[in-house]
Design a protein around this ligand. Sequence first.
Ligand code: TAP
Length: 489
Amino acid sequence: MTVQEIFESMDYGTAPESAADALAWLVDQGDRFGHFIGGAMTDPGQVFESRNPANGEVLAHLTQGTQADVDAAVAAARKAQKAWAKLGGAGRARYIYALARLMQKHARLFAVLETLDNGKPIRESRDIDVPLAQRHFYYHAGQAQLFDSEFAGREAHGVCGQVIPWNFPLLMLTWKVAPALAAGNTVVLKPAEYTSLTALLFADMCRQAGLPKGVVNIVTGDGSVGEMIVTHPDVDKVAFTGSTAVGRRIREATAGSGKALTLELGGKSPYIVFEDADLDSAVEGLVDAIWFNQGQVCCAGSRLLVQEGVADRFYAKLKARMDKLRVGSPLDKSIDVGAIVDPKQLETITRLVDSNIAGETYRAACEMPESGCFYPPTLITGLSTADPLMQEEIFGPVLVGTTFRTPSEAVDLANNTRYGLAATLWSENINVALDIAPKLVAGVVWINGTNMFDAAAPFGGVRESGFGREGGPEGMMAYTKPSGSGKAL
Ligand code: TAP
């Protein structure tokens, strides 16, 4: 089934007109998409397939960007930037509010498209990804409105080159685009190769909102397009979210170029359960921490540390809960765990888990689909702290677990990683929680909860998880520089 056929067969519920509008746009494109440059879709060029990971069917054909495409996108962004900045914060806010409202109007379509393209459960795209994306635009429309007073003495960098991963395609786009626009920058964005459809739908929201041509440009394709964008001499600021390996390459490639840079990279976040924790809640939290989005989450609580006295009880509860998780068609609203994003990622997860010879592997006894990119919720215990599985990001529904005796041992184990993105701790004792939290080396620490995001709360890592923050006033600052410094304006 193609995207068009799926949309045609869907019941749009409460938003028939908006979905029909967007559907009309998709049908107009055929199933071949060009780039969004200078306010219009380009003709498709050399195309590659974008597939539904749940069943392997081709959803659409997308264009592999070239140097000429990137040059055209950067030129369009440069041409638009001065006037966009001159509009002033309140002027820009009008457009950003319009984008937020359009995303709200087309929420259902965004959610379905994201689920088809990425494989995440529809419940998550509908209730988490898309609402958070809208919220990000509303929040940054507010930031734009305040820009001239709150950010007096600062101005936009100019043209921003933005490269994003496949795990939260729309949400990562909004984290990049909304603050950049609010501060008066224009952007050239590359979505991940296999999850570009919601970015292209967003491009159409830009058109519908009447956003001035060239303020947002989207070029699709593989990593080489990302490289062309981040190294382009006329890009003033680079914002990247993705793996630590690619982040390192980007830092090397931009060193000495004068470009501003923020990197949001990988993680191996600890999830600490103290013996006085409410164990049932901690198990539910863990389901969210590691099986949300099939564990393909930068801040996934992928390293369980549980205090020895309650370890047996906790593991028993956890395994019982794992067995009840439902793995299956991402479009099914009752599903907890959807599809892995593509066969290559599935292969990586399988290879890593199969490399485990030192520990004990427990696979959830849940029913598995017969075909498609699926992997069962998995727990590996009994590994030494130096084991690669305890140290490397698996980026799949795989939890590794170990025990600790004392709070200080918990802190040592938690910080025994090259990453520092997030950490979670569970305790009913506020003194323990408040004592331990500041000792954890992580950009964000959650207490008795996990994966709590808000557009107003800055998010980002330390160590090899990157630098810079997205969200909140800190996120806005990253898209500005002192007025009058540099070439951009
Ligand atoms: P990557 O392989 O690093 O890819 C990220 C993006 O960079 C993709 O669009 C990719 O293109 C592009 N890219 C590849 N090589 C490049 C190069 N040399 N120069 C410029 N761009 C290049 O990551 P991924 O596998 O998509 O995403 C998973 C990783 O992202 C995990 O490590 C995860 O922890 C991290 N992540 C971090 C955060 C935060 S906020 N810290 C949030 C989400 C994800 P392709 O389309 O060809 O892949």
